[in-house]
Design a protein around this ligand. Structure first.
Ligand code: HEC
Length: 133
């Protein structure tokens, strides 16, 4: 084996398994604390604040449905952590950036690419993935 390929193989082994890394229960708590005001208690997009926002608040249970049946993990992660700025989430100044800091967790996107995010965001993603219709 070429030395570079060996290094790559070792790097892959060092990545924690997503199953161990994510806690959907903790994610649900984070969702209750940070997201229901707009996205609603069942994530259906009908929270008390939704009606005063200028843009419609999406139903977060339909993310997979709108993405050919696969949960769009990368897009959702990027939107929550502010890498992909959204109007209602604060644009260049994310609403949640610092609230969701924590140890780094490696996840696999739906396309199989590894990405790094924080543990709270990984937990939120696990919760959101679980509630897809
Ligand atoms: C202040 C109201 C508000 C809060 C709080 C809020 N959101 Fe949102 N969210 C929105 C609105 C409105 C949109 C629609 C897009 C936009 O901002 O232009 C959106 C979009 C999203 C999207 C993009 C959906 C897609 O199709 O890609 C995701 C994912 C999301 N929110 C997750 C969350 C999570 C998780 C939380 C809690 C950590 C949260 N939001 C908190 C209002 C909010």
């Amino acid at each position: 084996m070429r030395p570079l390929a060996t290094l790559a193989a070792l790097a892959v082994l060092a990545v924690p398994l997503p199953a161990n890394a994510q806690d959907a229960e903790a994610g649900r708590d984070l969702f209750r604390q940070n997201c229901v005001a707009c996205h609603g208690p069942q994530a259906g997009g009908n929270g008390p604040m939704a009606e005063i926002l200028a843009v419609p608040t999406p139903n977060l249970r339909l993310l997979a449905q709108g993405n050919g049946g696969r949960f769009p993990l990368y897009r959702v992660a990027a939107r929550i952590d502010g890498r992909d700025p959204l109007l209602a989430h604060g644009g260049p100044m994310p609403l949640f950036g610092s609230a969701f800091e924590g140890e780094d967790v490696a996840l696999k996107t739906e396309a199989g690419q590894p990405i790094l995010t924080s543990r709270p965001i990984a937990d939120l993603l696990a919760f959101l993935e679980l509630i897809q219709e």
